[in-house]
Design a protein around this ligand. Structure first.
Ligand SMILES: Nc1ncnc2c1ncn2[C@@H]1O[C@H](COP(=O)(O)OP(=O)(O)OP(=O)(O)O)[C@@H](O)[C@H]1O
Length: 292
């Protein structure tokens, strides 16, 4: 995918299975939104092949569109409408595409409850807070009970309760409705919590693809062991935390505050991006360090 002469995506090759929740991570400008837009049919790629639910998104028909839900990074509707009217109006377009086992649309009242907007159901859109507007965006994305849902930073600007509600909603859609979800986020805890699989995009290429655990193992078999002795704090990186801790305890009877920490998704992500940006760079040296 190129914008003019600027190639933005150059190595995006992926398959997503039905019912999977896949998260796209990557630095600002990596090409996450562009990838989603190509899959949504909103951008025509300059080269390559794309199929979503068996069709080329750029040429797909209305029946295909009715099976796809989209939450864009930001969206605005007429400020005098209300959440209930908007959802009822949009929902009407999906009704002809109901199939056995998948009634369409989701009733507006149910949706408003799911995204925590019951109290604002009849309030003008122009008066919603940023987080309330984001909840409505999510409701708009799922009003047609999609088979595939694209979420571009769905929880940006939401308070912790709103974030929790969206996470519950995604779990519910996957578990009860078998929805396939592709989302982007900069919240690594969210990615870890929601995804079956994580893709790291950097410089328009997929530089990592796997479950959060698998990625952590790929980047760092090492764990970090921290402890204190005689008022001093120590840290040591090791591939064999159990063996190291056994040795440590056998050697010293006064070890306190012992902690073993595996690589977090944040460590993994930062390392993946670092490897992409500085190929061949030497990772930090290991050894026992005193932490002041
Ligand atoms: N309409 C456009 N015209 C030209 N260049 C664009 C356009 N949209 C995006 N780009 C460029 O394409 C690259 C990828 O942008 P994109 O929005 O896909 O990144 P992103 O990974 O979603 O970033 P962010 O995390 O900041 O949302 C960036 O360098 C951006 O400047």
């Amino acid at each position: 995918m190129a914008y003019g002469t600027h190639e933005v995506l150059g190595g995006v090759d992926l398959d997503v299975a039905a019912g999977e929740v896949v998260c796209l991570l990557g630095p600002n400008g990596a090409g996450k939104t562009t990838t989603l837009e190509v899959l949504e049919g909103f951008r025509v790629p300059s080269a390559g092949e794309v199929a979503v639910l068996g069709q080329d998104p750029a040429r797909a028909d209305d029946a295909w569109r009715a099976r796809v839900g989209v939450v864009l990074q930001s969206w605005r509707d007429h400020s005098r409408w209300t959440p209930r009217r908007l959802l009822e109006g949009l929902g009407g377009y999906y009704a002809p595409y109901a199939v056995p086992g998948r009634p369409r649309p989701l009733p507006a009242d149910e949706l408003l409850g799911l995204v925590g907007l019951r109290a604002q159901a009849d309030q003008r859109l122009g008066t919603l807070s940023g987080g309330q507007r984001r909840r409505l965006d999510v409701a708009v994305g799922i009003v047609g009970r999609p088979d595939v849902l694209f979420l571009d930073e769905p929880t940006a600007g939401l308070d912790p309760r709103g974030r929790h509600d969206v996470h519950e909603l995604v779990h519910r859609l996957c578990d009860l409705e078998g929805t396939t979800v592709l989302l982007t986020t900069h919240d690594l805890a969210e990615a870890e919590r929601l995804s079956d699989r994580i893709l790291v995009l950097a410089g328009g290429r997929i530089v990592a693809d796997g479950s959060p655990d698998a990625l952590a193992r790929e980047v760092a078999a090492t764990s970090e062991v921290r402890w204190s002795r005689g008022g001093e704090r120590f840290v040591h990186a090791t591939d064999d935390a159990t063996g190291f801790v056994r040795g440590l305890l056998a050697q010293h009877g006064d070890v306190e505050d012992l902690e073993v920490r595996r690589a977090s998704l944040e460590d993994t992500y930062l390392e993946m991006v670092r490897r992409h940006e500085q190929p061949g760079a030497v990772p930090p040296a290991r050894g026992v360090e005193v932490v002041r």
